[in-house]
Design a protein around this ligand. Sequence first.
Ligand SMILES: Cc1ncc(COP(=O)(O)O)c(C=O)c1O
Length: 385
Amino acid sequence: MDVFGATIFGEMSELAASTDSINLGQGFPDEEGPAELLAAAQAAIAAGRGNQYPPSRGVGELRRAIASHQRDFYGLDVDPDDGVLVTVGATEAIAAAVLGLTQPGDGMLTFEPYYDSYAACAVLAGAHRAVVTLRPQDGRWTFDPDELRAAVTSRTRLVLLNSPHNPTGKVFTAPELRLIAELAVEHDLTVVTDEVYEHLVFDGEHIPISTLPGMAGRTVTISSAGKTFSVTGWKVGWASGPAELIRRIAGVKQFLTYVGSGPFQYAVADGLATVGEHAARLTAQLRAKRDLLVTGLAASGFEVLSPQATYFATVDLGHGAEAWCRALPATAGVAGIPTRVFYDSHVDRYVRLAFCKRADVIEEAVRRLSGTVAPAARAGLGAPS
Ligand SMILES: Cc1ncc(COP(=O)(O)O)c(C=O)c1O
């Protein structure tokens, strides 16, 4: 697999643009984030806050806001000086963590389907990637505990977890997290957990693995303002955790970007102070949009896996998802992502559709898709395989 080749997101977005399709491929909102947050960024620029290189670990206001957030929401004790690192989006935090916490040849364990940067970061670090497959069971994605146990070997150093999970929309349950934590303690593993969708949860409860027994000292938690505040272009992310792990990640980060997003850091610090109210509003809106997409597609005969969190729903076509997605912009005027690209194993049945779009856009997408028939439903009629 060429992890540095053209991304499916770019390909599908180009197809969407050239066919004037509704793009449910890329996961970014088509509505602006909170007006106060946008105003705070403008005010910071006007006041000359952050226009020059900010401190390498991030501005104090934001580091303190992140530490307070971790304490207020999850009861975690994070040191704003030594235990927090502000990064250029969660993307940089993930890259710096994988590079800083593994040596070439070390094993890195993750769950497939996975966010695509995980595979690329493992390659950059020279780490050996092992995957445990998530599969739907009674409408919920889960994994086989024995597969997870078997995937941990003597070379495994790092577990890269993502909950809430992209692309499935799964929220890892307490028993699942307990098993991962037990294995981490038993095998002395470090866990890096990507929680960028922590505030976009509709069903179930997001439990940071860092809160489990034995985990605070071995877990780096990553999050970002992009999804929480609908400002994906600002690229303000962060990692928090034990001072020694954060020091190693910061050591890599200084040679990736050194610093970034100066004025936006101040705005995000302000936003985090009232994130609870904002997240409650956003979640209610997204839940309604999820239901619009999921029930609309189900009524048209699609098999849909409704997500517990994030802003992605999965359509199960049974087979031929990549070919279907490539044809879809031209035939139906809608673009989606075949999640095959997020697997190491060959799984070509799922399509990811983003619902962080205006309600009228989702309605129109459902209308267009209802004119198509899923491959599974038309077996024998020349469906792509
Ligand atoms: C699971 C996951 N992690 C990380 C990111 C990247 O976050 P950021 O935009 O803050 O770099 C995304 C963005 O889609 C994501 O889905």
